[in-house]
Design a protein around this ligand. Structure first.
Ligand SMILES: [Fe+2]
Ligand SMILES: [Fe+2]
Length: 265
């Protein structure tokens, strides 16, 4: 079993596809994860499984890997013991979770924006340009760089979970570039395709951060580091002035606009 604990999870799933369903039962979605190359032993700590859940999960997986053998399941060594799942976020993480709420409100409007998409008129194109401005200025420059330039620096950037975050941000940026290019070409289909891809990516990305990454980070940061992080985030907020307020107003207006259109249908 030791051999498999040090194997990456995607390889294990390829060899034993049933493992994917078992992990899903513990809310561990390795298959849709963009990298998914965490080692089996890391999954326990990253996903904050209790010792009982760990034992149960490992026994089930061992039965699939070695169907005709009794296997002793080693207890996986952790840096930090599991914490109660209902534990709240630390103040700096809570700040990031709140920023996700505004990003999620934009993401939720994308299907409506696609439905009413008009790349031929100036007014129609402006809707996309304004949406992209929110994504670039608020979601990316304000929120993602807070993660990349401050938060992620507290962790080993070679860890798969950290690499996944960087990779998702880059993929998001490339979809946004593609949206603008397609808009220039008046290519309605490509604008929709990349907006949709951005929506799917960000939905998964935010879920991953809210439910897995941030709680795992909170478990691994010291109280001093958490305090430091909070003051660095506050410093960054000051640099950005009224950005947060302005973009919240933008989302309020966009929601009004699309609700109005919905009512006039
Ligand atoms: Fe992120
Ligand atoms: Fe985020």
């Amino acid at each position: 079993m030791e051999e498999y604990l040090n194997k990456n999870i995607k390889e294990i799933i390829n060899q034993f596809p049933e493992v994917e369903n078992i992990l899903n039962g513990y809310n561990i979605g390795c298959a849709p994860c963009s990298i998914g190359s965490c080692l089996l032993k890391d999954i326990i700590e990253i996903h904050n499984l209790s010792p009982e859940e760990e034992q149960e999960l490992m026994t089930t997986i061992a039965k699939i890997i070695y169907p005709s053998r009794e296997v002793t399941i080693p207890r996986i060594k952790r840096k930090h013991e599991a914490r109660p799942k209902e534990i709240g976020y630390s103040p700096p993480m809570k700040k990031l979770v709140n920023e996700h709420v505004l990003i999620k409100r934009l993401v939720a409007l994308i299907p409506e924006v696609i439905d009413k998409l008009d790349v031929a008129s100036e007014e129609g194109r402006q809707v996309i340009i304004d949406g992209v401005d929110f994504i670039r200025s608020y979601a990316d420059k304000y929120h993602h760089t807070k993660e990349e330039e401050i938060l992620l620096k507290y962790f080993d950037e070679n860890l798969d979970i950290i690499k996944t975050i960087y990779e998702d941000h880059e993929t998001g940026r490339s979809h946004v570039r593609a949206v603008l290019e397609a808009l220039d070409d008046r290519d309605k289909e490509a604008v929709s395709k990349h907006l949709n891809a951005y929506r799917e990516l960000l939905t998964e990305h935010i879920k991953k951060e809210d439910e897995i990454l941030y709680p795992w980070m909170d478990r691994n940061l010291s109280i001093t580091q958490i305090g430091e992080l909070f003051s660095k985030f506050n410093g960054r907020d000051e640099e950005f002035g009224d950005t947060s307020k302005r973009y919240e107003e933008f989302i309020n207006k966009l929601e009004e606009k699309f609700k109005l259109k919905e009512a006039l249908k």
